[in-house]
Design a protein around this ligand. Structure first.
Ligand code: 6CS
Ligand code: FE
Length: 285
C-alpha cells in the first residue's frame, strides 16, 4: 500500500459545494447530497432505464450486463450516449459544476451506467477501488476523477446499498495478478482481478471504518475514484437502482492502459475527452 501522491480536491475552484463540504469530501473521499433530484426528475430517469433495458439496439451494442446465470439486468453502460435525458442530467449545472469544483478543470464522462440491484437476485460488488481498474485497464494517469451515484429507488441499509471506507481514498492499493484479455466480461459481473486481498481489506477496514450511502430516491453520493467501496447482495424484495456518472478531468485524458494489453471498449471507458457543456437546469425535467 502507498500514500496517494495526488490531491483529492484539485485547487480551490468556486462551485455549489460549501467550503465545509469540500473539506469533508477531501478528508473522507465522499459527500452525500440530499435531494439532488426532484421526484419528476427521478421518474424521467426511471422511464429511461425501463426503455433502455428492453431496447434491442442497446443490447446489441454490448452495453447491457446481466446477473450471472439470469436474465435480470445488472448494469446498462453508456447511458449518457443512449439517452438524451441522462446526457442532459450530466450537464445540469448542479451536477456539472460540482464535478468541476472538485476536479478544478473542465470535465468529460469517462463512464456512465445504471446499476440495478434487482430484489431477491441482485448481487453486490466486492471491495475495490475504481481507480485501480481505470488506471490499469483504461489508462487514466491519476485519480482526478469523481463519481456520482444517484438513487432512483430508496437505498436502505439492507438492500445492497454502497459501503465506503472514509479516508481510505488516500491509500492506493496495488493489486496482484495480471489482467486477462477481455477481463471486463467477467469483472462487470464479479470482479476477481484488480481487487485487494482479504488481509488488505481487513487492515483498511480496521483503520478507517465503514459508512454507508442510504437515503430516499433523489439522494446522491459523490465519491473519489480511489475510494474503497463495496456492496452486499440484495436478498430483500426491494429493488435498488442508481444512475452512476463518472466525471474525469480533461487534464487526465486516458493513456495506454497501465496494466492490460488493450483498452476496454468505449461503452465502458469513453475516450472522447470533449468537455461537457452545461444545459439550462430546466432542460432536464
Ligand atoms: O469496471 C469498472 O469500471 C468498474 N466496475 C467494477 C466491477 N470494478 C471497477 C470499477 O468499479
Ligand atoms: Fe466501484
Amino acid at each position: 500500500m502507498m500514500r496517494r501522491p495526488d490531491p483529492t480536491v484539485w485547487g480551490e475552484a468556486a462551485g455549489p459545494f460549501t467550503a465545509d463540504e469540500v473539506a469533508a469530501y477531501d478528508a473522507k473521499g465522499f459527500h452525500i447530497e440530499d435531494g439532488l433530484l426532484t421526484p419528476a426528475q427521478i421518474q424521467s430517469c426511471w422511464t429511461e432505464f425501463s426503455r433502455l433495458a428492453v431496447d434491442p439496439h442497446v443490447d446489441a451494442s454490448g452495453a447491457v450486463v446481466r446477473e450471472r446465470g439470469s436474465d435480470a439486468v445488472r448494469s446498462i453502460f453508456a447511458v449518457h450516449r443512449h439517452s438524451p435525458v441522462i446526457d442532459a442530467l450530466a450537464r445540469t449545472p448542479r451536477i456539472l459544476d460540482r464535478a468541476r469544483q472538485i476536479l478544478g478543470s473542465e470535465v468529460y464522462i469517462h463512464q456512465s451506467r445504471i446499476n440495478a440491484m434487482p430484489g431477491m437476485v441482485g448481487t453486490g460488488f466486492g471491495w475495490h477501488s475504481d481507480f485501480e481498474t481505470w488506471h490499469a485497464e483504461d489508462g487514466l494517469p491519476t485519480p482526478r476523477t469523481v463519481s456520482l451515484s444517484i438513487a432512483l429507488t430508496d437505498n436502505f441499509a439492507f438492500n445492497g446499498g454502497l459501503m465506503l471506507m472514509p479516508g481510505a481514498h488516500r491509500v492506493f492499493v496495488p493489486c496482484v495478478g495480471e489482467t486477462p484479455a477481455g477481463n471486463f466480461r467477467e469483472s462487470l459481473q464479479e470482479q476477481k482481478v484488480g481487487v485487494p486481498s482479504y488481509d488488505t481489506v481487513t487492515d483498511l477496514g480496521l483503520e478507517f471504518g465503514i459508512e454507508q450511502f442510504t437515503g430516499p430516491a433523489g439522494h446522491a453520493l459523490f465519491f473519489d475514484s480511489n475510494s474503497m467501496h463495496a456492496s452486499s447482495n440484495n436478498i430483500t424484495p426491494y429493488s435498488r437502482a442508481n444512475v452512476f456518472l463518472v466525471f474525469n478531468s480533461v487534464k487526465n485524458a486516458p493513456d495506454a492502459p497501465f496494466g492490460a494489453a488493450t483498452p476496454r471498449p468505449a461503452h465502458i471507458a469513453d475516450r472522447d475527452t470533449t468537455p461537457l457543456t452545461p444545459v439550462d437546469d430546466t432542460e432536464f425535467v
